[in-house]
Design a protein around this ligand. Sequence first.
Ligand code: ATP
Ligand code: MG
Length: 156
Amino acid sequence: MSEVTLYLQGEEAMEAFGQRLAALTHGVGTIFLEGDLGAGKTTLSRGLIRGLGHVGAVKSPTFTLVEPYEIGAVRAFHFDLYRLVDPEELEFLGIRDYFDGDALCLIEWPQKGAGFLPKPDLTITISPAAAGRSLHIAPQTVRGVAWCAVLAQEIT
Ligand SMILES: Nc1ncnc2c1ncn2[C@@H]1O[C@H](COP(=O)(O)OP(=O)(O)OP(=O)(O)O)[C@@H](O)[C@H]1O
Ligand SMILES: [Mg+2]
């Protein structure tokens, strides 16, 4: 599989990469965002959601678990499952409706929903590196492989 690793220094670079990803997805797909507290998952999500055309704030859905966005014809759902106690709670959230195939789903802390989430197109793992962050991007579907192929060409 065509995994991609890149280094991004600073919040602005992180948001800009999110915008780049948004263009690749055309607003459809599922992306898992892994990494410790403060890794930069929400920062990347903010860039992605703004890249889809959302104007205004992108707040962390830590307490609401999910924040929906309607951006023209595009629907996006930004999850933060950090506070999920039991993955089964996702059933009560009506989780299936979010993954019906024509929305972009960004999921922070997907480990907390293990067993109740669909397979993602990409898993992005963010870790601290020097003054910035290292991103490891692993595709898990044919669509994810296609996205990574484009990214790999751009960064080499
Ligand atoms: N590439 C980067 N280089 C340096 N700092 C960054 C980078 N990306 C994000 N940050 C900074 O990291 C901090 C935490 O970011 P953020 O809130 O996005 O993390 P998070 O992974 O969503 O955390 P949580 O698990 O608590 O939701 C912010 O201050 C942000 O500016
Ligand atoms: Mg966050």
